[in-house]
Design a protein. Structure first.
Length: 291
């Protein structure tokens, strides 16, 4: 027996109307009528009296209603039982900035493998514009972005926290300059264009001096290595600062980006995607708290 037919029967019993049931279940009224006729034929019973003011349960209909409720409750319990539904399986694509690919997502993927071995993650580095395009074209299910905010009606945006940034230099050096004009006299190693906070630092430096010496690099590790070698300065996420090689120093105010978890509004969810989102939330909380 099709439980959708039982669900329609229960709805008609509750509303007392084929028309109201059709609107509630987003069905054509003819479909509601067909469902009830199918059930009556299968049971060999008349379940409703069709009256001018609506549909009224017959005695057989009232007895059937109680049993139909039990069947639907059992179906709901069956769907909700993870042991019956089986282990979570599936592939989820994530696109994220290089810094998060290197520092957040490896831990997330490792935790997923322990909790849900059947879930696989496809990971690709990208900046905000490319990540949004990947969501809109359906190539990836989730994106992590580092932006102060994101306004996009077609995307669901959840801010997981704020990324704390640090001005860093070689541990053998001491930096006393604190204004952008003074800092612009130094050589800088910044992440490649598209990194929100690096682009902001580059803009502030350009606005403060006619000539600025900046090198844009493709990875945090490359920037850290250059600074640790005494070649210049950088702005890095606090979680990426290696205190054994780098020293933090106070700098001018800079807008710290939010850590955004983004998916397309029309993308359907599932158990695998939900498991990945839960693990990302857990990992982000740990990363941003310094744990």
């Amino acid at each position: 027996m099709d439980t959708r037919v039982l669900a329609t029967f229960v709805a008609v019993a509750r509303t007392g109307s084929f028309t109201a049931t059709a609107a509630e279940l987003h069905l054509a009224q003819s479909t509601v009528t067909a469902h009830i006729k199918t059930l009556e034929t299968e049971l060999g019973l008349r379940l409703f009296d069709r009256l001018r003011l609506g549909a009224t349960l017959t005695d057989a209909g009232r007895r059937t209603l109680e049993k139909a409720g039990l069947v639907l409750d059992a179906e709901a319990a069956l769907r909700a039982d993870p042991d019956v539904a089986g282990p979570i399986q599936g592939t989820v694509g994530i696109v994220a900035p290089e810094s998060l690919c290197g520092h957040l997502l490896p831990g997330v993927i490792a935790a997923l493998q322990r909790r849900h071995p059947g879930v696989e993650v496809m990971l690709s580095p990208a900046g905000t514009a490319d990540a949004a395009d990947a969501l809109r074209t359906g190539r990836f299910a989730l994106a992590l972005m580092l932006e102060p905010s994101l306004e996009a009606p077609d995307l669901v945006v959840d801010q997981l926290g704020t990324l704390e940034l640090a001005f860093v230099t070689d541990r053998r050096q001491s930096v006393t300059a604190q204004s952008w004009a003074e800092l612009a006299q130094q050589r800088w190693f910044l992440l490649e264009e598209g990194c929100t906070y690096s682009d902001e630092v580059a803009r502030c430096l350009r606005d403060s001096a006619a000539v600025v010496r900046t090198t844009r690099l493709g990875s945090i590790e490359a920037a850290r290595a250059c600074v640790a070698a005494g070649l210049g300065l950088a702005v890095l996420p606090v979680f990426a600062v290696d205190e054994r090689r780098l020293a933090r120093f106070p700098g001018p105010a800079i807008v710290e980006p939010g850590l955004l978890l983004v998916r397309h509004r029309r993308r359907s969810t599932g158990r695998a995607l939900d498991a990945v989102i839960e693990e990302i939330r857990r990992g982000a909380t740990k990363l941003l708290s310094g744990g």
